[in-house]
Design a protein around this ligand. Structure first.
Ligand code: ADP
Length: 246
């Protein structure tokens, strides 16, 4: 890429659960500073790919690089450039907002004044500084998710991975989180957002369509939509004849 460091590159990645192949020769490269949706129906392989991208699984085939670092050969350098928000919330509900953040900062080797400054800045961005001492349990679902996103960015990664981050949120919170993460790309952050919900995607976003473990398309949403609605193009691409096993 003309000397420009790629943010995240996936090359010929395959993964099987026993006899069940979940990913087959998946390849794509994310454009730095852009919002890319990893769009696929349930069972497409999105969570499996996330597990490989975050090194929860290490046995897959193919190559994954983050900011130029091979995730198998230089896992620490690669993972230091990734922030992750998992599908299931991973907040301790009985810890305060501040404690949840500082605990996570410490996991990334941040402490003392540096950690405090980053946490304060993150809380300011969320307009939550005055709620720092409240238990997470007191926050609504949308605020909890925003906090998880802020926490995932404390170590200033280049790439933010989110696995179906709006699961369980009401419509208003879903829109707010989707807007918020789109805004984050304005600071140069590269985002990979896994979803099966087409309405979380904007015309100018990049989209990787994953279906039955394979990439069917990688292009701008408006290009994939081809002048029609993205949802129709997506449904047509991923239509299953009735009775097809997953
Ligand atoms: P998605 O996140 O897009 O819904 P997954 O990555 O969870 O997709 O699943 C991809 C495929 O792998 C599906 O067919 C699913 O049934 C299968 N799969 C996922 N986890 C396992 C597992 N632990 N054992 C066997 N098959 C699995």
């Amino acid at each position: 890429m003309g000397g420009r460091m790629t943010a995240l590159s996936v090359q010929d990645v395959s993964y099987s659960y026993g006899a069940k192949q979940a990913l087959r020769d998946v390849s794509f490269t994310l454009t730095p500073g852009r919002f890319t949706a990893l769009l696929g129906p349930n069972g497409a392989g999105k969570s499996t790919l996330f597990a490989l991208l975050t090194r929860l699984f290490v046995t897959g085939q193919g190559q994954i690089t983050v900011a130029g670092h091979d995730i198998s050969r230089q896992p620490r350098a690669a993972l230091s450039q990734i922030g992750v928000v998992f599908q299931q919330p991973t907040l301790d509900l009985d810890m305060s907002v501040q404690r949840n953040m500082s605990y996570f900062a410490a996991l990334h080797g941040l402490s003392g004044r540096d950690a405090r400054a980053r946490i304060d800045a993150a809380l300011d961005r969320l307009n939550m500084r005055e709620r720092a001492s409240e238990k997470v349990r007191a926050l609504n679902g949308g605020h909890r998710r925003r906090m998880e996103i802020a926490r995932a960015l404390l170590h200033d990664p280049k790439v933010l991975l989110l696995d179906e981050p709006t699961v369980g949120l009401d419509t208003a919170s879903r829109h707010a989180i989707t807007d918020h993460v789109h805004t984050l790309t304005e600071t140069g952050l590269t985002v990979l957002w896994a979803t099966h919900l087409v309405d979380e995607i904007r015309p100018a976003d990049d989209v990787v369509v994953l279906h039955r473990g394979q990439v069917l398309a990688h292009d701008r949403a408006e290009t994939i939509a081809g002048g029609a609605e993205l949802v129709d193009a997506f449904m047509a691409m991923t239509a299953e004849p009735e009775g097809t096993p997953a």
